[in-house]
Design a protein around this ligand. Structure first.
Ligand code: SF4
Length: 305
């Protein structure tokens, strides 16, 4: 069988090792060298172009079902050192009921983390994702349901894992104190100030786009991000409001290319929702989420009255 292997950036260093193993099993192997940003980003077009019958997508849990081609998701677990949890007890001493979230890499450690806190007098609530993430307690950049759905019930949230990309999505969607525990950097950090920063940034971008006339609506062709229907609705809405909407399509958006579109005054995102929260500073023009666009149109209508 001809198989296309796909790895997220952190696992590309093991690509050859896996390729050899799968070749030994009698398969023809082709490795995708494109960046892979998430479980939404399954290389269906590449697989079709090289005539692969199957894709093995490493490092992520299943995100959406793909009909066109067989896809095997191979999750990747990391056993991080849990000794840092002891130090977190002091930081969490005022909070009795806590929610714990993590990425798919540490899900197998979630029962041990829960047990540790329970043994130390906490009540631990594990939330459920909205549906894009697969497991209770798991968060993705675009599915923070495991934190957001239990926000009202708990006194604080705890994220266990590396980096800020995942916890920040959950911070924006919750109101309770949010502690990030990074076992790799051996660091713990309250992330609550990011909420205020984000609110201010969004407000600034909305105000900046009030004078925009031409809007570029971003549509990604990645299987788990593609949303042309939403783009069409946004275009119609803009036109009803006397503005122009142009649908811009790409697999991965290159910010230099977008910056070259000098006639576009603002962008609206229908692709990975985190582009609007993470990448605004890479664009010369404001990038709005669909909700921010709504807000902008409301303000504009109010001003014109
Ligand atoms: S849509 Fe964005 S946040 Fe969601 S899985 Fe894909 S890259 Fe990650």
């Amino acid at each position: 069988m001809r198989i296309l292997l796909q790895f997220p950036e952190g696992l590309k260093q093991h690509a050859v090792e896996y390729a050899k193993k799968i070749e030994k099993e009698g398969n023809e192997v082709i490795i995708s060298a494109s960046p892979s940003f998430g479980a939404c980003d399954v290389a269906v077009d590449e697989a079709k172009a090289v005539g692969a019958q199957k894709i093995i997508h490493f490092g992520h849990a299943e995100f959406i079902h793909i009909n066109d081609i067989e896809v095997e998701y191979v999750e990747y677990s990391i056993d991080a050192d849990l000794s840092i949890l002891k130090e977190s007890l002091e930081m969490l001493k005022e909070y009795k009921k806590i929610n714990v979230v993590t990425t798919v890499q540490h899900l197998k450690q979630l029962p041990s983390i829960k047990e540790f806190y329970e043994k130390n007098g906490k009540e631990v609530i594990i939330g459920r994702p909205y549906g894009l993430a697969k497991y209770s307690g798991q968060i993705l950049g675009c599915d923070v349901g495991s934190a957001a759905t239990v926000d009202k019930e708990v006194d604080a949230h705890v994220y266990f894992g590396g980096g800020l990309f995942h916890p920040l999505g959950a911070v924006y969607a919750t109101k309770k104190p949010f502690l990030s525990i990074d076992p790799f950097a051996d660091k713990m950090l309250w992330l609550d100030e990011y909420r205020e920063k984000r609110k201010k940034l969004e407000k600034g971008l909305i105000i900046k786009s009030l004078s925009a006339k031409n809007f570029g609506i971003l549509v990604s062709t990645k299987v788990g991000q593609y949303n042309i229907e939403l783009a069409k609705i946004i275009k119609e809405k803009l036109e009803k409001n006397g503005l122009n909407g142009f649908i811009l399509v790409a697999n991965t958006f290159d910010f230099d290319s977008l910056n070259n579109m000098l006639e576009i005054d603002a962008f609206v995102n229908t692709a990975c929702p985190r582009i609007a929260t993470e990448d605004n500073d890479r664009l010369r023009k404001p990038l709005l989420s669909p909700n921010m666009l709504e807000e902008m149109l409301k303000i504009k209508a109010g001003k014109e009255k």
